[in-house]
Write a protein that binds this ligand. Structure first.
Ligand SMILES: [Zn+2]
Length: 293
């Protein structure tokens, strides 16, 4: 059986928005300067790396980064990479009201449309926090795929909405919480699953406000973890999707860029493997597995 292993780099340009919305650096000029590095320097190094490899990727760009780094993000779009949504200031969708979440999506769609001449088709929730209305809002806006959930690891699927579960309340009788999760209904939204184990940020970015922050992990350890996951997928699956989440804040640094070069050379040496965009992966999945209603 021939292998069809679709790989993709998702580049989350969190930059200053990441410090405003998620990493707790909004009052630190130093942390903000790290965000400026990501937008102005790191993103351009990654763009150049993709150019050298001759691959197309998907950049999930917060509105804040689109408006703060217009020259750099225009270069990304001009090079033919896909641009997807990733909040405005990397807001936590669970902390927002549905109205706020929709306003952020509308602004994000408009900015991407202005840059690319067409609406985005994909979304990554900041911090991968998918609210109880995210699915509904994405479908309302005509978004094809999401990349924030983890029900599977290397196989896309259709997102189910309305799952409900019972939290423990120790002030009540145990019978009140001893209930299984109840599954909701499947929707048209395609999920290209994400994974903390394929994300450069938790192990490689020092975050002062995070109690368990890393930032000093040897990239060769990360390389081994990512390579083992690819090797397993390639051995065990005929069709699989492997997506790497990288951030210019992290992967724009030399030691990580060199790790990516070694990893890419290993992966691409296997027959039947191709690097493409998330949009292409979603279309391929929809053709392969039309939704049964
Ligand atoms: Zn992000």
């Amino acid at each position: 059986m021939t292998k069809e292993i679709l790989c993709a780099f998702g580049v989350d340009v969190d930059a200053v928005g990441g410090w405003l919305g998620s990493y707790g650096g909004e009052d630190s000029p130093c942390d903000i300067s790290r965000g400026m590095f990501a937008g102005e320097v790191g993103s351009m190094r990654i763009l150049e790396l993709f150019e050298r490899w001759g691959i197309k990727s998907t950049w999930f760009v917060p509105g804040h980064s689109l408006e703060t780094f217009p020259k750099e993000m225009a270069a990304v779009a001009a090079a033919g990479h896909e641009i997807g949504m990733h909040g405005y200031s990397h807001e936590n969708p669970i902390a927002m009201t549905p109205e706020q979440e929709e306003a952020v999506m509308d602004k994000s769609i408009q900015l991407i449309e202005d840059l690319c001449g067409r609406r985005p088709t994909g979304y990554v929730a900041p911090w991968w926090e998918f609210s109880h209305v995210t699915n509904e809002l994405l479908l309302k806006k005509g978004i094809k795929y999401d990349h924030s959930l983890m029900h599977r690891d290397f196989t896309p699927y259709y997102v189910r909405v309305g799952d409900s579960w019972t939290k423990i309340d120790y002030s009540k009788k145990a019978e009140e919480w001893m209930k299984p999760l109840v599954r909701g209904e499947e929707s048209d939204l395609i999920e290209i699953p994400c994974s903390w184990n394929l994300d450069d940020l938790p192990p490689m970015m020092f975050i002062k406000a995070a109690p368990n922050s890393h930032g000093f992990v040897n990239p060769r350890d990360l390389e081994q973890m990512w390579r083992d996951q690819f090797d397993w997928v390639y051995r065990e699956m005929d069709y699989g999707v492997l997506t790497f989440t990288i951030h210019p804040d992290v992967s724009g640094k030399p030691h990580v860029l060199m790790m990516l070069e070694r990893l890419y050379n290993h992966i691409i040496s296997h027959p039947g493997v191709k690097f493409t965009t998330f949009d292409a992966i979603a279309d391929d999945f929809a053709a392969r597995s039309p939704r049964v209603k």
